[in-house]
Design a protein around this ligand. Structure first.
Ligand SMILES: [Fe+2]
Length: 314
């Protein structure tokens, strides 16, 4: 699919062969007219993540912009900007010690332990550290496309079980290869309590391992650190394939690492991308604004057809 042609109102400059494009010619502080919006929407579908530089976006502005792309929603463990419901601020203070890790510092899709994870999100850089704090992206389209026909067929037949235990261990305290969920200092940064943590740890949800993107119709892997096993298989039987696919998705040719500057805004697909927040800026403050876009339908694919997928309540 051509990723940089046929645009009249915006300039679309792909940043890698697998994903991502920088967009020029748009001022996001002003309302977008229908033509410019339609071109941005198409560029988003074709590139999975779009980057806009040198923008001036307020909490009000990011909510208004997000609403153009879909219904807004919230993740209950982050804190809203005072006076706003959907514009959440992600702040890491300069005083937080290097070993105190925020969420998001391993490859993941957001919140796949929910039945209907978010369709995407907007992130805006308010205050960037002088170095570090990049965000990495991996294309789950490219990772799927590169598999052999036999492996594609196997993956299309599987349903994956997603649980917080996949990232944080059975009881949330970490374990071999896992990190603890209640990260030291996280309660200072996030709206997280032990009660919320226990409720969160108890969740377990099934999604097909290969999904069809509801807007592009393309197939992509749907794999994240939350996956503990495949349906009708044990964890031990599932682990070699999970490990293989996890390493496969993170291959350099499927990934891109975005360097933020104050005023950068990213529009991120949460279905066909994994992302990772690099936390290599201890001693510096970082502040981002985020709004999340709700999805209308649970992930579906060959192993779980769309007709059977749960639809969001109106
Ligand atoms: Fe995330």
């Amino acid at each position: 699919m051509a990723r940089d042609t046929g645009y009249s109102r915006i300039r679309v400059m792909p940043v890698t062969g697998a994903l991502g494009a920088e967009i020029e010619g748009v001022d996001l502080s002003a309302p977008l007219d229908a033509t410019a919006f339609a071109e941005i929407r198409r560029a988003w579908q074709e590139n999975a993540v779009l980057f806009f530089r040198d923008q001036k976006v307020t909490p009000e502005g990011i909510e208004a912009l997000g609403r153009r792309f879909g219904e807004l929603t919230i993740t209950s463990y982050t804190n809203p900007v005072p006076g706003f419901k959907f514009a959440h601020s992600l702040v890491r203070a300069a005083e937080v010690a290097a070993g105190e890790r925020n969420f998001g510092d391993s490859w993941h899709i957001d919140q796949t332990v929910r039945e209907i994870p978010n369709a995407g999100f907007l992130l805006y850089a308010v205050d960037c550290p002088p170095y570090g704090g990049d965000t990495g992206f991996a294309s789950l389209y490219a990772a799927y496309d590169a598999l052999s026909p036999g492996m594609k067929e196997l993956c299309r037949s599987l349903v994956a079980v997603h649980s917080p235990a996949g990232l944080f261990g059975r009881d949330g305290t970490g374990g071999p290869g896992k990190k603890p969920f209640m990260l030291a200092g996280a309660d200072k940064v996030y709206n997280m309590t032990p009660e919320k943590m226990r409720a969160y740890m108890g969740q377990e949800t099934e999604h097909p391992l290969v999904c069809e993107h509801p807007e592009t119709g393309r197939l992509h892997l749907y794999l994240t650190g939350y996956v503990t096993r495949f349906r009708d298989m044990t964890e031990e039987e599932s682990r070699p394939l999970i490990d293989y696919l996890t390493a496969h998705v993170a291959r350099p040719e499927f990934t891109y690492r975005f360097r933020w500057r104050n005023g950068s805004l990213a529009l991120i697909d949460n279905r066909c991308l994994q992302h990772i927040a690099y936390q290599d800026y201890a001693g510096f403050r970082r502040e981002m604004l985020r709004v999340e876009l709700a999805d209308k339908v649970a992930p579906f694919g060959p192993a779980m057809p769309r007709e059977a997928a749960r639809v969001a309540a109106e």
